[in-house]
Design a binder for this molecule. Structure first.
Ligand code: NAP
Length: 248
């Protein structure tokens, strides 16, 4: 029996990177998985079959997490497919980096909308069904940058810090109904998002990480399994840094 057997999960942004690794681990641990994608249509469409190979139900939706009405409809569709939603993983995210001096209003708005508003949208949509079933786990994928700040990422850091405030507030509001909400703050994780970085920057970052290397999407996914499982049943409102000790 897997750590998530019998649970129904919804994961946003699972076409690649960390979200894809979470979807695969969740299926491996026995969860039925609903997931979303937006621009990576082929990858998104191929994922359901990969997940079903683990013997679970899997259903993919092309859905913009930052669109409030679409997120609400998504929750209705997932409830229709699975009956309940026990775990929501707010993973969808983007970067549009630049020093504040050069950052445009569009860069700011877009990152806040996709990273922070998406988490609000899906959390809000999950609130009623989770309160009604008196249980659930909401997991927000934030970043060490949201804890610490980062030059050149004011928009991204603000969106990720916002997710931490959201996490703690939701934990306080919904704890009495058995609904938990935690955040995971990955450090430097090798994905397509980080492939775009200058190799020199990567080398410098690696030197500053106590474990001396970038993390993998699977290592983040292991922590997301923990927060989705009953092994974390007495943990809510927390931020777990999965960063090789970077923030120590
Ligand atoms: P990634 O490889 O670029 O994947 C991002 C995922 O988000 C994709 O599946 C993308 O789907 C989806 N997405 C983007 N906008 C969306 C929207 N509006 N609606 C639905 N889905 C959307 O990035 P990643 O590195 O795996 O990052 C995943 C999460 O971890 C993000 O929240 C990121 O901020 C966080 N994180 C990453 C790192 C790191 O080092 N990689 C570190 C800390 C935190 P489509 O491609 O289909 O559009």
């Amino acid at each position: 029996m897997g750590l998530l057997t019998g649970k129904n999960a919804l994961i946003t942004g699972a076409s690649k990177g960390i979200g894809r690794a979470i979807a695969l681990k969740y299926a491996q641990e026995g969860a039925n998985v609903a997931f979303t994608y937006l621009s990576s249509v082929e990858k998104g469409e191929a994922l359901a079959a990969e997940l079903e190979a683990f013997g679970v139900k899997a259903v993919g939706f092309r859905s913009d997490a930052s669109d409030f009405a679409a997120a609400d409809k998504l929750m209705t569709d997932v409830l229709a497919a699975f009956g309940t939603v026990d775990i929501v993983v707010n993973n969808a995210g983007i970067t549009k980096d630049g020093l504040l001096l050069r950052m445009t209003e569009e860069q700011w708005d877009e990152v806040i909308r996709v990273n922070l508003k998406s988490a609000f949208n899906l959390t809000k949509a999950a609130t009623k069904p989770m309160m009604k079933q008196r249980g659930g786990s909401i997991i927000n994928i934030t970043s060490v940058v949201g804890v610490k700040g980062n030059a050149g990422q004011a928009n991204y850091a603000a969106s990720k810090a916002g997710m931490i405030g959201l996490t703690k507030s939701v934990a306080l509001e919904l704890g009495s109904r058995g609904v938990r909400c935690n955040a995971i703050a990955p450090g430097f994780i090798a994905t397509e998002m980080t492939d775009a970085l200058d190799p020199k920057v990567v080398e410098e970052w690696n030197k500053q990480i106590p474990l001396q290397r970038a993390g993998t999407a699977e290592e983040v996914a292991d922590a997301v399994v923990f927060f989705g499982s009953d092994n974390s049943r007495y943990i809510t409102g927390q931020v777990l840094n999965v960063c090789g000790g970077m923030l120590t």
